[in-house]
Write a protein that binds this ligand. Structure first.
Ligand code: HEC
Ligand code: HEC
Ligand code: HEC
Ligand code: HEC
Length: 209
């Protein structure tokens, strides 16, 4: 979606530039295009390098200035919606992620848990049929991970949940989202809150393995 908007606005800017640059007579641009092309052909090498630079700068801007949270997360095998389940139907987070306060792995719900309700609720929905397929073949649903940590960082929910830090503070308003956006936590994010709440920040021995 954003790509579409960006390309559309770029195209608009380009058209405007041509119209203004040719003093309101865009056809001049077309007729002089032939000359321009032959001129460009003589300067291939510097053109190649400046083109490359422009691309690099654009790529850099994209990755550092488009906030990660606005990028849509990976498509899931079943379009599970937190908005429907945790929002509209107000099912508790802990019902589906029961180990969050106890284990390093909060756990994603197994198929059995989905079917606990969906045996009866919208049982013939094609996505629920797919859940049955996973169940019958004993395949765990291949959910894609959306929250990432750098590989050398160890994170344990336990200490944080005990201090009654809400899921929201780290994961955002999950209950308003259909598809969760991808997010990679940076060290600054951990440290900022640790400073604010006067938690251990000399802990990087404990966090880095
Ligand atoms: C506690 C009960 C409960 C559990 C557990 C549950 N669901 Fe649901 N689910 C619902 C209800 C209620 C609806 C809304 C049905 C409706 O729209 O009539 C729903 C709707 C859905 C829909 C259709 C949503 C839409 O966008 O229309 C899908 C797909 C779905 N659930 C998948 C799952 C999956 C996958 C799991 C397991 C991870 C799961 N559900 C676990 C209660 C549950
Ligand atoms: C009905 C079951 C259900 C409920 C209720 C539920 N979740 Fe989930 N949750 C899932 C499923 C299934 C996935 C994997 C699919 C996905 O990422 O959308 C998931 C994924 C997640 C993830 C992403 C994990 C990753 O892959 O990195 C987070 C974070 C999360 N849930 C937090 C919450 C919070 C916070 C709440 C309460 C506001 C909540 N969930 C309520 C079923 C549920
Ligand atoms: C202090 C920040 C913080 C809080 C509070 C927090 N989480 Fe997380 N959560 C994380 C981080 C960081 C990860 C990624 C961990 C990893 O990749 O090892 C994560 C991962 C997850 C995952 C995916 C785990 C997996 O196996 O892939 C689920 C599910 C989840 N959290 C649910 C919850 C729920 C539910 C709550 C509230 C009860 C909650 N979290 C509160 C920081 C937090
Ligand atoms: C929203 C605030 C918040 C965020 C974000 C947060 N923490 Fe914490 N963290 C705390 C608090 C508060 C404690 C102290 C808990 C206690 O005193 O038991 C803590 C404790 C810890 C501890 C135990 C420290 C010790 O004393 O040994 C570790 C390890 C830790 N956090 C790692 C992380 C990592 C890694 C991240 C980033 C992925 C992170 N935390 C993000 C608030 C936060």
């Amino acid at each position: 979606m954003e790509i579409l908007i960006t390309s559309l606005s770029l195209a608009t800017v380009l058209v405007l530039a041509v119209i203004i640059g040719t003093g309101g007579k865009p056809m001049v641009f077309v007729t002089s295009l032939g000359e321009t092309v032959s001129l460009l052909a003589k300067n291939k090498v510097p053109l190649f390098w400046s083109g490359l630079c422009v691309l690099l700068v654009l790529g850099f801007l994209y990755f550092f200035y488009v906030p990660a949270a606005t990028r849509i997360g990976p498509e899931q095998p079943i379009p599970f919606s937190h908005r429907v389940h945790a929002g509209v139907k107000a099912i508790q987070c802990r019902f589906c992620h029961p180990y969050v306060g106890r284990s390093i792995h909060p756990g994603l719900p197994p198929v059995e848990k989905c079917l606990y309700c969906h045996e009866y609720i919208i049982a013939n929905h094609p996505w629920i049929q797919k859940e049955h397929e996973y169940f019958n073949t004993q395949t765990p649903t291949p959910w894609k991970k959306v929250f990432y940590l750098p590989e050398h960082v160890l994170f344990n929910h336990q200490r944080h949940i005990k201090k009654e830090i809400q899921c929201l503070e780290c994961h955002g308003q999950v209950e308003t989202m259909d598809r969760l956006p991808g997010k990679r936590f940076e060290m600054g994010f951990c440290i900022e809150c640790h400073k604010e709440k006067e938690a251990n920040i000399g802990c990087w021995l404990a966090c880095h393995n």
